[in-house]
Design a protein around this ligand. Sequence first.
Ligand SMILES: Nc1ncnc2c1ncn2[C@@H]1O[C@H](COP(=O)(O)OP(=O)(O)OP(=O)(O)O)[C@@H](O)[C@H]1O
Ligand SMILES: [Mg+2]
Length: 293
Amino acid sequence: MTEANGFQRFQGTEGYIASKPLIDAVNCAVALERPLLVKGEPGTGKTLLAQHVAAGLGMPMEHWHIKSTSKGAEGLYVYDTIQRLNDARFGEGDVKDIRHYIKYGPLGRVFAAAERHVLLIDEVDKADVEFPNDLLRELDEMRFTVMETGDEISAKERPVVIITSNNEKELPDAFLRRCVFHFIDFPEPDLMKEIVDVHHKNLDATLLDQVLIKFYWLRSQRELRKKPSTSELIDWIAVLLRSGVTNKQVEEHLPFIGTLLKNEQDTEALSQFEESDSKLPSSWSELGPRYQQ
Ligand SMILES: Nc1ncnc2c1ncn2[C@@H]1O[C@H](COP(=O)(O)OP(=O)(O)OP(=O)(O)O)[C@@H](O)[C@H]1O
Ligand SMILES: [Mg+2]
């Protein structure tokens, strides 16, 4: 992390391989103090990015995982009326002081913290369409009022906000206008080799090549319903290494396919392919001009 021209710069970390445009997008969001909206296929490192931005900038991170039932207001605070009622019934706690029953959510906690945080709002598209709209003002102004007490919580240090989406729902224009946007393109083989190296250090080069040829070939099959992604590739390599399969076996077959294909129609299509006399590709040139090395 460096601090040049007045703002902290993210330069990537050893555990996360970020392309130059992604690093630029992070730094643009940090400099503008605007949320960074990251989209991309599942398993392309959106969630992991936030953890590594926090590590790279030396900031603690708060992770707000969004569900279909999440409400914007819960990110700020909830007033625990049930606890207060119970305390009143059983004569416990200080029921006169409402502040004891105000529980901050992830946004509330990072605003109230003395230290600058990274706030990850993960999978924003899981919630209903009102969710992003409900947070517009708070994310802009980085402050809110606790209605029950009149307390105003204003961010001492504006958090670095990273929002991820898998594109399940469109986000409102007013929300998009306030964000810096980056789409994580699916990594090309060279970048993927670097990513694999983070997880499986010094993998045998021949095995890595065979694994990647098979992986990109699978992804290029049009009829595939669910393409395997980076996280599945990393799991696949882990199981290949643990089971001790030889390079030759990976050259000719696709062992442990359950780590790569997660849909019965896809596994069925592959077994039909293997049963016919068709040969799996074992060189980059067989994948077509896009993959010429
Ligand atoms: N650029 C990268 N550098 C290092 N590891 C990566 C990278 N991209 C993906 N990975 C690996 O893939 C895994 C999945 O990443 P992550 O969970 O961040 O994906 P995601 O985009 O958030 O997926 P989803 O949309 O399903 O939540 C990581 O745990 C890591 O092992
Ligand atoms: Mg994720």
